[in-house]
Design a protein around this ligand. Structure first.
Ligand SMILES: NC(=O)c1ccc[n+]([C@@H]2O[C@H](COP(=O)([O-])OP(=O)(O)OC[C@H]3O[C@@H](n4cnc5c(N)ncnc54)[C@H](OP(=O)(O)O)[C@@H]3O)[C@@H](O)[C@H]2O)c1
Length: 286
């Protein structure tokens, strides 16, 4: 019997790569999407609907064996994900794969880590078969700096010389594909990191090497970072990002884990590979 996997967040940064990774496996893939036109990929069953809409989620879960649960950070993210987890348990899903975050903790000063910890605890209490993936800072998150880097050759953040074991989202997707198709035991929590911890000056050096144009990093104060984000992000998201960066600056996200290689069978991608593959986004126009 072929396994059916439901992917949420299928048009997102992880989701797109996850559909590709699952395409190599003997599974039926269903994607829950708000706008099917955004799903460029064929060969995937499409369930149309909003994650916040129980009347769309329940039918999408029919006949599903494993679910990848991911949604963007938002003030209601924990409530949304908890409702989907409840629906998955009610539908008899055997394995729920929850996308959380490195260092998720109920008492964290970082709001995103508290939201993820709340969902993790709920899923544990539900008794459903589950696996938690806790990726560290996404290397692809650096793409948010790309227009600035391309225009000025500089980017800044409040992190000083602290190192972070940032991970490539392609490795998160590969690890998710493995656990959705049975890898590892139920109840496992996997920290997904890159192969080493990197500093932001090292990121600037990698972008310099990949683009052939000098890129430099400015260590900002948290206040200057918050000011730069003002009007660019909603206030809750800007404040959350400042909290994230304070956590990185304290050195709390530097540990390297071998879960990517254990789950996927290939080494975690390096900062240099990321910089090479995305050089065009960071290079000056023309
Ligand atoms: N950025 C980091 O460094 C980092 C590190 C660790 C963990 N995380 C976690 O990663 C998660 C985000 O993952 P990501 O970057 O892959 O997300 P993403 O690229 O922002 O994609 C979000 C996906 O969710 C879908 N979506 C949004 N609202 C929806 C709704 N109401 N109903 C149905 N679908 C909806 C979007 O679809 P549409 O096409 O409809 O918009 C999109 O496919 C967050 O939980 C974050 O905390 C991030």
């Amino acid at each position: 019997m072929t396994t059916t996997v439901l992917v949420t967040g299928a048009t997102g940064g992880i989701g797109g790569h996850l559909l590709t990774a699952l395409g190599d496996r003997d599974v039926t893939v269903r994607a829950l999407v708000r706008d099917p036109a955004r799903l460029a990929r064929s060969g995937v069953e499409v369930a149309r609907g909003d994650l916040r809409d129980p009347s769309a989620v329940a039918p999408a879960l029919r006949g599903v064996d494993a679910v990848f649960l991911n949604s963007p950070s938002a003030p209601d993210a924990a409530a949304t994900q908890i409702a989907v987890a409840d629906a998955a348990a009610a539908a008899g899903v055997s394995r729920l794969v929850l996308l959380s975050q490195f260092a998720a903790r109920a008492d964290s000063p970082v709001r995103f880590l508290r939201w993820h910890a709340e969902v993790e605890q709920h899923v544990r209490d539900l008794g459903i078969g589950h696996v938690v993936l806790r990726p560290n800072l996404f290397l692809q998150g650096l793409l948010a700096f790309a227009p600035l880097v391309a225009a000025t050759g500089r980017f800044g953040a409040p992190i000083g010389g602290a190192a972070v074991s940032a991970v490539d989202v392609r490795d998160i997707a590969d690890a998710a594909a493995a656990v959705l198709t049975g890898a590892g035991p139920d109840g496992a929590v996997h920290d997904l990191t890159g192969p080493r911890a990197v500093t932001h000056p090292e990121i600037a050096a990698a972008l310099t090497g990949a683009t052939g144009h000098p890129v430099s990093f400015d260590d900002l104060t948290p206040q200057a970072f918050a000011t730069a984000l003002h009007g660019v992000l909603p206030p809750w998201q800007a404040a959350g990002l400042v909290e994230d960066y304070a956590h990185y600056a304290r050195g709390e996200a530097a540990r390297v884990d071998d879960a990517v290689v254990v789950l996927t069978g290939h080494p975690a991608r390096t900062l240099e590979e990321f910089a090479h593959d995305h050089a065009a986004a960071f290079a000056p126009a023309g």
